[in-house]
Write a protein that binds this ligand. Structure first.
Ligand SMILES: *Cc1c(COP(=O)(O)O)cnc(C)c1O
Length: 295
């Protein structure tokens, strides 16, 4: 049992260190005019078991992200996580409905809600935080629908300043710390800089002008597994990375991702490299599960 846990620890630790190295390399490539802030890595653990959270924490990771309310509540309230990971910092990064606000604000070690997308939601979070009697302010980001896709949440780029203003002026229990976007999936960087990130940068310029702030006062949450280095190079200060650290996600009822074993003629060398960690962690996890069942 302990041997398998140690294997998970070392796989997750290795993947984390690799991502953090890539973060530093990308940060060093930023042009002079961008704030030289250390980008924050948020490890996204949705669909992943708590063993991987424990391993990542052991390897030094502190910021974790979840985007489903129930899953965040379950994990953040897990006795082992609450008891052992005193310094864990949860980011909520999913769509938040107003009737679920109290569930999110009530979790232990909530650090930030990255997805405020309406005045009503901001007002509800503010009221909920006040009701908890908290004397600190809850950090929030405004989510921007930079790609203007109907199925994506977030306020439109034109309305960001108004929403920011609402938080600053009418939500004394919240602290507006920045803006966040998801953007289109699978944008091909061979076509140039990701336009979603450029839109978020423009939003920040507008906010800075409107409120007389410096760029370092307004964080940018952008960049995921496939594009976090590019995101950092153009100014991201908060990246949200899941599958590159913890392996590809499997959703119930969906086909598992193709295995890129040497028997798979379609696997590219890069796929293989990516899948190695995933496969090892996944198979270790299955062994762990088997041990748990049998013990
Ligand atoms: C799942 C998720 C991520 C992480 O995605 P990966 O591609 O696995 O890195 C980042 N941000 C949000 C909002 C997510 O839902």
């Amino acid at each position: 049992m302990r041997r398998f846990a140690a294997m998970v620890d070392s796989e997750v630790g290795r993947a984390l260190r690799s991502v953090l190295d890539r973060v530093q390399t990308a940060a060093a490539k930023r042009p002079e005019h961008l704030p030289k802030v250390q980008p924050r890595l948020v490890a996204v653990t949705k669909t992943k078991p708590k063993e991987l959270i424990l391993s990542a924490y052991k390897a030094g990771q502190r910021h974790f992200g979840e985007n489903y309310v129930q899953e965040l509540t379950d994990k953040a309230s897990d006795p082992e996580i609450v008891g052992q990971l005193n310094d864990i910092r949860w980011h909520f990064i999913g769509h938040l409905q107003r009737n679920k606000v109290n569930k999110v604000t009530g979790i232990p070690n909530l650090y930030m809600v990255e997805t405020v997308d309406s005045e009503k939601l901001a007002t509800a979070i503010n009221a909920s935080w006040e009701k908890l009697g908290r004397t600190d302010r809850l950090k929030v980001m405004i989510q921007v629908n930079t790609s203007r896709e109907e199925q994506k949440h977030g306020t439109s780029p034109e309305k960001v300043c108004d929403l920011y203003k609402h938080v600053v002026e009418n939500c004394p229990h919240l602290q507006a710390v920045g803006i966040m976007t998801i953007g289109v999936y699978d944008y091909d960087l061979r076509n140039g800089p990701n336009p979603d990130f450029q839109v978020l940068l423009e939003c920040r310029t507008n906010i800075c002008q409107t409120f007389n702030l410096q760029p370092e006062d307004v964080e940018l949450s952008m960049g995921m597994s496939t594009d976090f280095e590019h995101a950092i190079e153009v100014g991201s200060t908060n990246i949200r990375v899941g599958s590159t650290i913890f392996g590809a996600r499997q959703y119930p009822g969906s086909k598992p991702p193709p295995k890129t074993t040497p028997n798979n003629p379609n696997a590219t060398p890069n796929d293989q490299q990516q899948q190695t960690t995933t496969d090892k962690v996944e198979s270790t996890r299955q062994k762990l599960d088997a041990v748990n069942v049998n013990s």
